[in-house]
Write a protein that binds this ligand. Structure first.
Ligand SMILES: *[C@@H]1O[C@H](CO)[C@@H](O)[C@H](O)[C@H]1NC(C)=O
Ligand SMILES: *[C@@H]1O[C@H](CO)[C@@H](O)[C@H](O)[C@H]1NC(C)=O
Ligand SMILES: *[C@@H]1O[C@H](CO)[C@@H](O)[C@H](O)[C@H]1NC(C)=O
Ligand SMILES: *[C@@H]1O[C@H](CO)[C@@H](O)[C@H](O)[C@H]1NC(C)=O
Ligand SMILES: *[C@@H]1O[C@H](CO)[C@@H](O)[C@H](O)[C@H]1NC(C)=O
Ligand SMILES: [Ca+2]
Ligand SMILES: [Ca+2]
Ligand SMILES: [Ca+2]
Ligand SMILES: [Ca+2]
Length: 748
C-alpha cells in the first residue's frame, strides 16, 4: 500500500526537479516571503518529501491544506502546497534556514515522523531522477554544422528529422542508390553502409562504381550525394546522413558519354535491391534546352515503377535543375515532368528560392541547399581523392536537395515498406508544409492542397512524412484518361489576346476507368513558332486552378517550336477529374502585337488519377493530420503490408545490340507485370481496406472498397491502352542514342 503510487508520482515529479535544481545555488529566501514569488515546487534532492494524506480525512470534512500544514510542523518541515492537480498530495521541504546545516540525521528524523504520522497514508523522499534529454548527440565533428538537419539559427528551416531518429527510424532495411559520377565507398562515412549488391559502373562496365580522379573533372559529386543520404553517424568522422541506418549504393554513369540505353540500364539497375534512385542531374540548364528521357529511358522509368521494389515501384527522385539564372524552368525538363519521378527543388537556409533554382508546375516539393555566397551550404561527405578530404561544407545546388529527399523517403520506407511509388508522391503532397516566402506564390487548389510553382507543395518535413507513411493505406491503382489528339491548326494570338483550347471530360469518359480524382495532368503539344521562348502556355483544370506549364524563357530562341512536348502539372492533385480543361496560349514576342507568328498544330490532354473520391481525399487529409502527434510511431502499431511479388533481378548485359534486345524484352515483361501488378494491387488493396476498416472504427464510412463491377478486367485494358504505349518500338535505336554528358545539378 505504502509504495504503490510511487511510480506515477515520480514520473510526475521528474520535470519539476529538473527545472528546479539551480535554485539551490541562489541566495536563501528572505524572511519577507509575501513579497516573493511562490516558493519553487521542489526543494532539491533529498530535501523534500511527497506525502499523501488519508482520503478519509477529506471525507470527514477536514481542510486538507490545514492538515498538511500540521503534518509539516510535526515533521519539522515546511508545507510547499499541493502537488499539481493531485488532491491530497503535498510537497514538504526542509526549511531554508537549515540550508547550511543539512545532514542525513535530520532527514531521516523527518522521514520517521512522516512514517509514524496518523494523517499520512504514504510518503516518499524525493530523489533526483536521472532523465536524459532524448536528443541525439553525435560525435561526428561536422554534425553541429549540418544546419539542414537541425537549424538552431532559424527555427523551422530544417528537415525536422531528429525526432524521427529518436524513434529509432533511420532508414534501416532500405537501400538508396546514387546514380551519378561514382561513389567512393571506401570512406569511413560510407563504407559501413555501402551496398555493393546495388552498385554498378556503367562507364567502365564493372561492378565497382569507384569514382575516377581525372585531371579535368571533379568526380566528387556522387560521393557527396551519398553522404547526405547515409553518412555513418557517431563514428567521430565528418557528418551524419539523413537516413544513416540505410544502405547506399552507387551507379557510375555520368563520367563519360551518356546514351539513352545507358540511362535505361541505370534506371533499372538492381531494382530489387535498390529502393530509391537519387538522380541529381538532368538536361542542360541553359534556359533554351527542351529535353528529357529518350524512348529507352522513358521505358525504363515506367518499367521501374511497375516491376521495381517487388512491384511496389522504384522511387525515382530527380532534382528540378539549376538554370534559375538563365530563366530555365523544369517544365522543359522531361525528367521533372515525368509522372514517375519525385521532382525536388531547392531552398536556402532561410527557405527562400535561391538564384539558381528553377520553378515549374510539376515540382512536388522543396528541401534545403545552398543559397547566395554568404549563406551556408550543405555539409556532407566528400571524396578523398585529388584535393578532397573526405568531408566538405560546400555541397550546393538542387543536386544537394534531391539526395535529402531520397534520404527522407528511405525513412518512410522503413516504417512502411509497401508504399507504392504513387503513395510516396501522395504523402509528399499531403505533408509538405507551406510557409511565407516573398517569392512563393501559393495557391490552394480545389482539394485543399497548397502549391506554388517555386516551392511545389512546400517544404519536405521528415517528421510529417514518416508519421503519415505509418498510417497510410495504399491508394487505389493508377488509372488514366487520354483525350484524342485534337487537331487545331490555329494561330497563336499575340498578347494580350490568347488562343484558348478546351476539352470537356465527361462522367461517361471516366466511367470506364473509374477515375474520380486527379494526380498528374499533362498536356502534349505540337506547335510551330519562330522563337518559342516567347510563347506562354497555361492550363486551367475544371476547378479553375491554373498552372503555368509553359513559362517564357528569354534565352530560348529556338525556331522549331515543340514537337509533341509533354508538359505536366501536379497542381490539380486530389481535385475532381470531371469537367472542362482549357489551355491558354499567348505569344509575348515584343513589337508583334498585331501579327500571329506561330501555329498550334495539335494537342492532347492526359489525366492520371484514381478511383478515390473527393470525400476520401478529405478523409485522408484528416487522417494524416491526426497522425502528426507521433502516437503511431511506436513499433506496436502497424498496418498490414502485402509482401510484394517475386520478380527476377534484371540480367546484367554488356552494352551491345543484345542489351537493346533485352530491353525490348524488359518492355514485354513490363507489359506482363503491369497486368499482374494491377490485379495484385487491386486484390491487396481490398484486403487492406477490410483490415483498415476493422481497425479504425472511428471512420465508419471511411475508405470504401473498390467497386468490383468495374473491377480488374476493365482496368487491365486501360493499362494496356495508355501506360504501355511508350515502350520500345525503337525502330531505329541508334537515332535516339544521345551523346554528351548529363550535367550534374550543382549550382556552380
Ligand atoms: C555516440 O557515441 C558516444 C560514445 O562515443 C555515446 O556516448 C553516445 O551515446 C552515442 N550517441 C548516440 C546518439 O548513439
Ligand atoms: C517536428 O518534429 C517534432 C517531433 O520531433 C514535432 O513535435 C513537431 O511538430 C515537428 N514540427 C513540424 C513543423 O512539423
Ligand atoms: C533500432 O532498430 C534496429 C533496426 O531496426 C534494431 O536492430 C534495434 O534493436 C533497434 N533499437 C532499439 C533501441 O529499438
Ligand atoms: C464544355 O462544357 C461547358 C460547360 O461546362 C460548355 O459551355 C462548353 O460548350 C463545353 N464544350 C464542349 C467543347 O463541349
Ligand atoms: C503505440 O501506439 C498505439 C496506437 O496509438 C497505442 O495504442 C499504444 O498504446 C502505443 N504503445 C506504446 C507503448 O506507446
Ligand atoms: Ca569501376
Ligand atoms: Ca560520420
Ligand atoms: Ca532545367
Ligand atoms: Ca515528376
Amino acid at each position: 500500500m505504502a509504495s504503490s503510487p510511487s511510480f506515477p508520482l515520480l514520473l510526475f515529479f521528474s520535470p519539476l526537479i529538473l527545472l528546479t535544481v539551480h535554485p539551490l545555488h541562489t541566495p536563501p529566501l528572505s524572511p519577507d516571503a509575501s513579497a516573493l514569488p511562490p516558493p519553487p515546487p521542489s526543494c532539491g534532492p533529498g530535501q523534500s518529501w511527497a506525502v499523501r494524506l488519508h482520503a478519509r480525512l477529506n471525507e470527514e470534512g477536514h481542510d486538507m491544506d490545514e492538515l498538511a500544514h500540521l503534518v509539516a510542523v510535526d515533521a519539522g518541515l515546511e508545507n510547499r502546497g499541493q502537488i499539481g492537480q493531485l488532491a491530497g498530495h503535498y510537497l514538504l521541504c526542509r526549511g531554508a534556514e537549515e540550508e547550511g546545516q543539512r545532514d542525513t540525521r535530520g532527514a531521516s528524523a523527518a522521514g520517521q515522523a512522516l512514517a509514524d504520522h496518523p494523517y499520512v497514508a504514504w510518503h516518499s523522499q524525493e530523489l533526483l531522477l536521472s532523465r536524459s534529454k532524448r536528443s541525439v548527440a553525435f560525435n561526428d565533428p561536422k554534425y553541429p554544422k549540418q544546419w539542414h538537419l537541425h537549424n538552431e539559427l532559424r527555427a523551422g528551416m530544417d528537415i525536422n528529422v531528429t525526432g524521427v531518429w529518436e524513434h529509432n527510424i533511420t532508414g534501416a532495411g532500405v537501400t538508396v542508390v546514387v546514380v551519378d559520377d561514382g561513389v567512393q565507398h571506401t570512406l569511413a562515412d560510407i563504407q559501413p553502409n555501402y551496398s555493393p549488391e546495388g552498385s554498378y559502373d556503367l562507364n567502365s562496365n564493372d561492378p565497382d562504381p569507384m569514382p575516377h580522379p581525372d585531371a579535368r573533372s571533379d568526380n566528387h559529386h556522387g560521393t557527396r550525394c551519398a553522404g547526405e543520404i547515409a553518412a555513418v553517424s557517431n563514428n567521430s568522422f565528418c557528418a551524419v546522413g539523413v537516413a544513416y541506418g540505410s544502405r547506399v549504393a552507387g551507379i557510375r554513369v555520368l563520367d563519360g558519354p551518356l546514351t539513352d540505353s545507358m540511362e535505361a540500364v541505370a534506371f533499372n539497375k538492381h531494382y530489387q535491391v535498390n529502393d530509391v534512385y537519387s538522380c541529381s542531374w538532368g538536361p542542360d540548364d541553359d534556359g533554351r534546352t527542351v529535353d528529357g528521357p529518350h524512348p529507352l529511358g522513358k521505358a525504363a522509368l515506367q518499367h521501374g515503377v511497375i516491376a521495381g521494389r517487388r512491384g511496389f515501384g522504384s522511387i525515382f527522385v530527380v532534382a528540378s535543375g539549376n538554370g534559375g539564372q538563365y530563366n530555365d524552368n523544369c517544365n522543359y525538363d522531361g525528367y521533372a515532368n515525368s509522372i514517375y519521378t519525385v521532382t525536388i527543388g531547392a531552398v536556402d537556409e532561410y527557405g527562400r528560392m535561391p538564384f539558381y533554382a528553377e520553378e515549374c508546375a510539376s515540382m512536388l516539393a522543396v528541401t534545403f541547399s545552398s543559397g547566395g555566397r554568404s549563406l551556408r551550404s550543405i555539409v556532407t561527405s566528400d571524396w578523398s581523392m585529388q584535393d578532397g578530404t573526405g568531408c566538405t561544407d560546400a555541397h550546393t545546388g538542387t543536386s544537394a536537395a534531391a539526395p535529402l529527399a531520397a534520404g527522407m523517403i528511405a525513412l518512410m520506407l522503413q516504417v512502411r515498406a509497401c508504399l507504392t511509388w504513387r503513395d510516396v508522391q501522395h504523402i509528399i503532397a499531403y505533408t509538405a508544409t507551406q510557409y511565407t516566402d516573398k517569392l512563393a506564390n501559393w495557391e490552394t487548389n480545389g482539394a485543399g492542397f497548397h502549391h506554388s510553382h517555386q516551392h511545389g507543395f512546400g517544404l519536405l518535413n521528415a517528421w510529417r512524412l514518416v508519421n503519415a507513411a505509418k498510417v497510410w493505406v495504399s491508394v487505389p491503382f493508377l488509372v488514366s484518361y487520354q483525350s484524342p489528339v485534337l487537331k487545331e491548326d490555329r494561330k497563336i494570338l499575340a498578347y494580350p489576346d490568347q488562343l484558348v483550347l478546351s476539352w470537356n471530360v465527361t462522367a461517361a469518359d471516366l466511367k470506364q476507368s473509374g477515375m474520380k480524382t486527379l494526380e498528374h495532368v499533362s498536356v502534349t503539344v505540337t506547335m510551330a513558332h519562330p522563337h518559342r521562348g516567347n510563347v506562354e502556355v497555361v492550363l486551367h483544370c475544371p476547378s479553375g486552378m491554373s498552372s503555368l506549364i509553359g513559362a517564357r524563357r528569354a534565352l530560348d530562341s529556338d525556331t522549331s517550336g515543340y514537337m509533341d512536348w509533354t508538359f505536366s502539372t501536379v497542381r490539380c492533385w486530389g481535385e475532381r477529374a470531371e469537367g472542362q480543361y482549357s489551355v491558354l496560349i499567348t505569344d509575348h514576342t515584343p513589337g508583334e502585337q498585331s501579327k500571329s507568328l506561330g501555329t498550334l498544330n495539335h494537342w492532347k490532354l492526359t489525366l492520371y488519377g484514381s478511383s478515390m473520391s473527393d470525400e476520401e481525399v478529405k478523409q485522408r487529409q484528416s487522417l494524416v493530420k491526426e497522425a502528426m502527434g507521433g502516437q503511431y510511431l511506436n513499433s506496436s502499431f502497424s498496418l498490414p503490408c502485402p509482401p510484394g511479388l517475386d520478380i527476377a533481378p534484371e540480367k546484367v548485359h554488356p552494352l551491345t545490340s543484345n542489351s537493346l534486345k533485352s530491353l525490348l524484352l524488359l518492355g514485354c515483361f513490363a507489359l506482363f507485370w503491369s497486368l499482374y501488378y494491377t490485379m495484385e494491387v487491386a486484390l491487396a488493396h481490398l484486403d487492406l481496406r477490410e483490415l483498415w476498416r476493422g481497425r479504425r472504427s472511428r471512420a465508419p464510412d471511411g475508405f470504401q472498397a473498390v467497386r468490383l463491377e468495374e473491377g480488374p478486367e476493365l482496368e487491365l485494358q486501360r493499362v494496356v491502352n495508355t501506360d504501355t504505349k511508350v515502350p520500345v518500338i525503337a525502330g531505329d535505336v541508334t537515332a535516339y542514342s544521345d551523346s554528351g554528358k548529363g550535367s550534374p545539378t550543382d549550382s556552380d
